[in-house]
Design a protein around this ligand. Structure first.
Ligand SMILES: [Zn+2]
Length: 151
């Protein structure tokens, strides 16, 4: 790891932490100038593209899923770690088959599936924000729920 201060190529690791289950944070010190800095390591997933409803493709963004889940939960009384664990579960399901491309619809369905078990109110909220009525019927058919008994 190159020192961001003097560009020297050797920086000693002082300390290693895991602030999240899949993130490693290292505190480093340049062996030449003594400059201290931190590096973060986490699995890279942005090689996956997302196909939007509009037909546009965009880079996969974990942050967007996290934001929409938090929005559905309205930050209520959930702890951040609890929300992050839910997002991780959603991602693991989405990436289980190592897809190169995901549709935004598939992502939405996975979010719904997890929210449904986690918090019925947030599930309903997410549905109302992200889905049209036609989608709603289709989704309920898929998960074997007749429409009408959801809310
Ligand atoms: Zn340095």
């Amino acid at each position: 790891m190159r020192c961001p201060h003097c560009q020297h190529e050797d920086a000693r690791v002082l300390d290693t932490r895991m602030p999240e289950p899949q993130t490693v944070k290292r505190r480093r010190q340049c062996s030449s100038c003594g400059f201290r800095f931190s590096t973060m390591e986490r699995p890279v997933r942005e090689e996956i593209s997302v196909l939007k409803r509009s037909g546009r493709m965009e880079e996969f963004d974990r942050q967007k899923i996290s934001a929409s889940v938090q929005c559905a939960l309205k930050k209520g009384n959930r702890r951040l770690e609890e929300v992050e664990a839910l997002v991780e579960e959603i991602l693991q399901n989405l990436f289980a088959e190592k897809p190169k491309c995901l549709s935004s619809q598939k992502i939405g369905e996975e979010v719904l599936r997890s929210l449904r078990r986690f918090d019925r109110l947030a599930y309903a909220r997410y549905l109302s924000v992200h889905r049209t009525f036609a989608d709603l019927k289709e989704f309920q058919r898929q998960i074997g729920e007749s429409h009408g008994d959801t809310f």
